[in-house]
Ligand binder design. Structure first.
Ligand SMILES: NC(=O)c1ccc[n+]([C@@H]2O[C@H](COP(=O)([O-])OP(=O)(O)OC[C@H]3O[C@@H](n4cnc5c(N)ncnc54)[C@H](O)[C@@H]3O)[C@@H](O)[C@H]2O)c1
Length: 596
């Protein structure tokens, strides 16, 4: 029989604490909510009522239920109010000495059988537990932000946490409607260990002006389907909390440089830019605590005006290649009203590409997304050719041939001879340096990367890769074309992985390393990222879809270019590729797909 929890205490009513109080009170459990001062109690109460009022306004919570929820909460200053609760969850700032002091005090105040839990994200639960005389009743209960919404709870047991306590807390999580994963006490547990290297890297990109905040966030939302971009997420977490988590992970997690907080974070914390809770972080919010972003001095001017600035007129587009990407790109341009010349290496290939484009357009008609007339008009705009000479008078060329530098360079040298002056020459490469391709021509200022995502007709993102030789006019033209195509174009520098792959693949690689270290299972790691962070797929599901060979190749490129030790491909990934376990396409990757 699991222990019955009738009343719990929550210490610290900030970003997490207020949400945790709501979770318990919503599920019929009495809560003693404790803060350091009357002002802090009021702030916590305002956060909670703001959240429950929004739920009522959205029709997700009945008014009567809201009132019942609020009546279960006893707001108090000081820990003495916690003398009779069955469980306490501590959610004060991420400092070990503060937490140890609070646990020593809780040990004194709380009844002997009470369980003492910490919501720490990165500190050692073991070190916190030894501040009490009951370390076997101390456990980590790590909620995710926002606590009322995110389904995951990481239950962290130390070497001395009693098995009964673990079982009781697991049962409690189920009662709260949460999914728990139970793990040992290691810096960052599952989710933060995988998340924070990525967040810190994204801040580094912003700090070095590699891309704008809007473009970094849009890239990860649209390219990976994440619920929010990394900088918006940093604002939600709170920059002070994020700093402490990174700092602890750096010190506890083997001094991985990727966890050394990017200097900008500390500067922002010192300047009081803590994110949503202070009304300003990477973005500016309507008021402290509000989720509504308002324009500030860094907000891009309305896209219309910016696009007109120096963009060249594009009417005729050449697409070179006959693979998946070329096929998708032909469709995208033709549907958007451009005249398209498709160039392949032979009539047979052209016929195949033409068939694929037709099939895809027909699917659009069947699904009611495209009229028959529009389909016919789109097809009518495409000319099929097997000779590059037909590109003499196009305004833009998009190259999507095999991912081999020598092939791309030879092609660009030919385009340089054939195309009229002023043409924008774009490559869709996902891993080669665009500057290498540009320097194969006599007009590097006109060369740019247009990195479409697969499948091009569906994915809304295009990375616009500017080299150090790309002209402002070429970049403006690329932005205008993306807007015309109905895509979100994000501008970035010419570095391995651009934005999306550079941020995505090290995270996937870290997940493989975590599995390899036997810290958790592929299922639990996938759960943690989906339910704790809102990812559409867990890392192992995604690796199997992308292909382990492709993932390894990208990770190797990143490692070779950036020489970051933490980017070294996980040996397990290499072994799986060597063994021919490439993911869905070969029937087996991290999971066996032949049985499903
Ligand atoms: N922010 C997140 O996304 C997130 C997610 C999961 C876990 N966590 C963890 O939750 C904990 C709290 O983080 P947060 O982001 O909510 O911090 P926060 O700064 O938003 O809130 C901390 C609150 O604790 C209060 N406090 C400080 N000393 C206290 C004391 N002695 N007694 C009572 N209250 C006290 C502060 O007044 C403040 O309101 C940290 O351990 C953090 O790592 C944070």
């Amino acid at each position: 029989m699991a222990r019955e929890f009738t009343s719990v205490g929550v210490v610290g009513l900030g970003t997490m604490g207020a949400g945790i109080v709501e979770v318990f009170a919503r599920n019929g459990i009495d809560v003693v909510a404790v803060e350091i001062s009357a002002t802090a109690v009021e702030r916590g109460r305002a956060t909670l009522t703001g959240s429950t009022d929004r739920a009522v306004a959205k029709g997700k919570l009945a008014e009567a239920d809201r009132d019942a929820l609020l009546s279960r909460i006893d707001w108090q200053v000081g820990l003495d109010a916690l003398h009779s609760v069955d469980l306490v969850i501590e959610a004060v700032p991420e400092h070990l000495d503060l937490k140890q002091r609070i646990f020593a005090e809780l040990d004194r105040v709380c009844k002997p059988e009470a369980i003492l839990a910490t919501n720490t994200s990165s500190l050692s639960v073991t070190e916190i537990s030894v501040a009490t005389t009951r370390p076997n009743q101390v456990i980590g209960i790590h909620f995710f932000n926002p606590a009322p919404v995110m389904k995951l709870v990481e239950v962290v047991r130390t070497v001395v946490t009693s098995a009964d306590v673990v079982a009781d807390v697991e049962a409690l999580c189920a009662r709260l409607g949460k999914v728990d994963v139970t793990i040992n006490d290691r810096a960052g547990f599952i989710a933060n260990a995988l998340l924070f290297g990525y967040l810190n890297h994204a801040v580094g990109m912003f700090e070095s002006r590699y891309a704008t905040r809007e473009d970094i966030d849009a890239a990860m939302k649209l390219g990976c389907g994440l619920p929010m971009g990394p900088l918006a997420l940093m604002d939600l977490i709170g920059l002070d909390t994020a700093y402490e988590i990174l700092d602890t992970m750096y010190r506890r997690g083997g001094r991985d440089r990727r966890h050394a907080p990017v200097p900008l974070i500390k500067q922002m914390v010192t300047a009081g830019l803590l994110g949503r809770k202070s009304g300003r972080g990477f973005y500016t919010y309507e008021r402290p605590g509000s989720p509504v972003v308002v324009p500030d001095e860094h907000t891009p001017v309305s896209t219309g005006a910016a696009l007109a600035d120096g963009a060249r007129a594009i009417a005729k587009v050449g697409v070179v290649g006959s693979g998946t990407m070329a096929t998708g790109i032909i469709e995208v341009f033709a549907k958007a009203g451009y005249e398209v010349i498709s160039v392949t290496r032979g009539a047979e290939k052209s016929a195949t590409v033409c068939e694929s484009v037709k099939t895809s357009l027909n699917k659009g008609v069947v699904r009611g997304k495209l009229s028959e007339d529009d389909r016919d008009a789109a097809l009518g705009r495409v000319t099929w050719s097997a000779t590059l000479d037909h590109l003499a008078d196009v305004d833009l060329v998009v190259e999507a041939v095999v991912e081999e530098l020598s092939v791309k360079k030879a092609l660009f040298a030919s385009l340089d001879e054939i195309c009229k002056p002023g043409v924008v020459l774009a490559t869709t490469t996902s891993s080669l340096p665009v500057i290498d391709v540009a320097m194969a021509t006599q007009r590097p200022a006109d060369v740019i990367g247009l990195h479409f995502f697969n499948p091009a007709p569906i994915m809304p993102l295009v990375e616009i890769v500017q080299t150090i030789r790309t002209s402002a006019e070429t970049a403006a033209t690329a932005r205008a074309v993306c807007a015309e195509l109905g895509k979100t174009g994000v501008v970035c520098g010419d570095r391995s992985g651009f934005i999306v792959n550079a941020l995505l693949f090290p995270y996937l690689n870290d997940a493989v390393k975590m599995l390899e270290a036997s810290y958790s299972t592929a299922d639990d790691i996938d759960y943690a990222m989906k339910l704790g962070c809102g990812y559409p797929m867990g890392p192992f599901e995604l690796l199997d879809v992308v292909g382990l060979d492709v993932s390894l190749a990208i990770q190797r490129e990143l490692y070779l270019e950036l020489r970051e030790p933490g980017f070294a491909p996980a040996p397990l990934l290499e072994h799986l590729v060597t063994a021919g376990y490439l993911g869905r396409k070969s029937g087996r990757g991290f999971r066996d797909h032949t049985k499903r």
